[in-house]
Design a protein around this ligand. Structure first.
Ligand code: SAJ
Length: 430
């Protein structure tokens, strides 16, 4: 088949490469001329090594070509972003533009698959009218939603092995899409209707957000109770039907904090739990600042060193990272902030070139992201550069005893010594 991919990001590029390696003739198109130029020069813009290798292999076969326009093909795969606009509503303008561009090139009989995560009903609301507006009968083509499900950090393996939900506008459309995915997916292929597939994808990420919110609420509760939340979660998870995720400084990335809002935005009165979970997670940076304020007075331009700027461990992506919010909050409270991250790219507030410059004269270190490389940090060496010796560990990552031996006061999120009697507890006592 000839396949044109619209959007050469974390999903479109590796998916196009997989299809090319499976024998399809793939045209890769991205609106960014810079992305196209870099790919043509052989330097992909995705950091993950396995993705870079896969893309290089696909380009070398000549079956993946980078094109400057949406090239007519037998099948179109839409892998464009669907971020939240500044008003919090989903920004579907990229999807809309893709639908319009494809509609203008259709001759009839093509397969169109939307992979981008979208609010339920989007295929019907955006693609069908776009086809009609271009004079195309939607029944003359196959339309499907097949949401991407890969986790950054293991993209290539998950692209091949994860099962896929194939939502057809009509059952025959799902069958057409299924045949395309069967050429490179080893996981199960489950056919359903398009709106169900759209909801399944958003629900998966919402489930994770709600689960993390429970862990985060537990962390704060455990600080009030004087109990170790990490031990509570570990022991509760020994139950065969319990699987609580980990607390942290907030939920970042361009998926988990955004997708639940697709539902909340369209159904504000029937998504109470989902909205509460969002608020619990969005408040976590405030809680981390509070842990620091317990030990370092605010308002005096005291320096706080933050470790980690990406949205999660061992990835370079810093979009919607909790560190962004933390920097703003610390500055609001009158602290000076320095951020060190040897992996992250594109962090808005800038990064220190090395750990030493971040730690120099700092009053406290806050571990925000649990990058594996941070385990090599020597508390003695870092402590020698600092003015104070406070460590706030928002991921329960460091060996607290080792840091204490180096003279640090250690406060970890969700650990008993962090907060003896919180406001809720005092209220209950009254
Ligand atoms: N996080 C926690 N505690 C945890 C797990 C994660 O605080 O126990 C935080 C992370 O630190 C990070 C955020 O949540 O800030 C999101 O990280 P993640 O690893 O949970 O998810 P993503 O955004 O990297 O990828 C998710 C995945 N969805 C699910 O696992 C249901 C992935 O499969 C999706 O393809 C991806 O969203 C997407 O593109 O939608």
């Amino acid at each position: 088949m000839t396949v044109t991919i619209l959007g050469l990001g974390y999903i479109g590029l590796p998916t196009g490469s997989m299809l090319a390696l499976a024998g399809h003739e793939v045209n890769g198109y991205d609106v960014s001329a810079d992305v196209r130029a870099r790919l043509r020069a052989g330097a992909g813009h995705i950091a993950e090594l396995e993705v870079r290798t896969l893309v290089a292999q696909a380009l070398a076969t000549g079956k993946l070509r980078i094109v400057d326009d949406v090239t007519p093909a037998d099948a179109y795969l839409v892998c464009v972003p669907t971020p939240n606009a500044s008003d919090g509503r989903p920004d579907l303008s990229y999807v809309q533009a893709a639908a319009k561009a494809i509609a203008a090139r259709l001759r009839g009989g093509e397969l169109i698959v939307l992979e981008s995560t979208v609010p339920p009903g989007t295929l019907e609301r955006i693609f069908v009218p776009a086809l009609r507006a271009a004079g195309i009968d939607p029944d003359s083509v196959a339309l499907a939603h097949c949401p991407e499900r890969v986790i950054p950090g293991a993209i290539v393996r998950e692209l091949r092995e994860n099962s896929r939900i194939i939502g057809g506008r009509r059952p025959q459309d799902a069958k057409r899409a299924r045949a395309l995915y069967a050429s490179f997916v080893t996981g199960g292929l489950f056919e359903t209707d398009a709106t169900t597939a759209e909801l399944v994808k958003v629900v998966e990420n919402t489930f994770r957000d709600v689960n993390i919110a429970l862990a985060n609420e537990l962390a704060v509760l455990c600080e009030e109770l004087g109990v170790d939340a990490w031990e509570v979660i570990r022991l509760a998870n020994e139950h065969p039907r319990v699987n609580i995720l980990s607390p942290g400084p907030g939920v970042g990335g361009h998926c988990i904090p955004i997708d639940p809002q697709f539902l909340a935005d369209a159904h504000p009165f029937t998504t109470e739990l989902i909205q509460t979970a969002r608020r619990v997670n969005a408040r976590m940076p405030n809680h981390i600042v509070r842990l620091v304020r317990d030990h370092v007075p605010s308002g005096e331009r005291r320096k706080i060193a933050l470790l980690g700027a990406s949205y999660k461990a061992d990835v370079d992506d810093s979009r919607e990272s909790p560190t962004e919010r933390l920097v703003a909050l610390f500055e609001e409270h009158g602290y000076e902030v320095a951020v060190y991250d040897p992996i992250a790219r594109g962090f808005k507030h800038g990064l220190c070139p090395d750990l030493e410059s971040a730690a120099q004269d700092a009053e406290a270190i806050v571990l925000v992201v649990n990058h594996a490389i941070f385990a090599t940090i020597e508390p003695e060496r870092v402590g020698a550069l600092m003015r104070g010796r406070v460590l706030v560990d928002a991921r329960n990552f460091f060996d607290a005893e080792k840091w204490r031996r180096a003279g640090f006061l250690v406060a970890a999120l969700g650990k008993r010594a962090a907060r003896a009697l919180g406001p809720t507890y005092q209220h209950a006592a009254l």
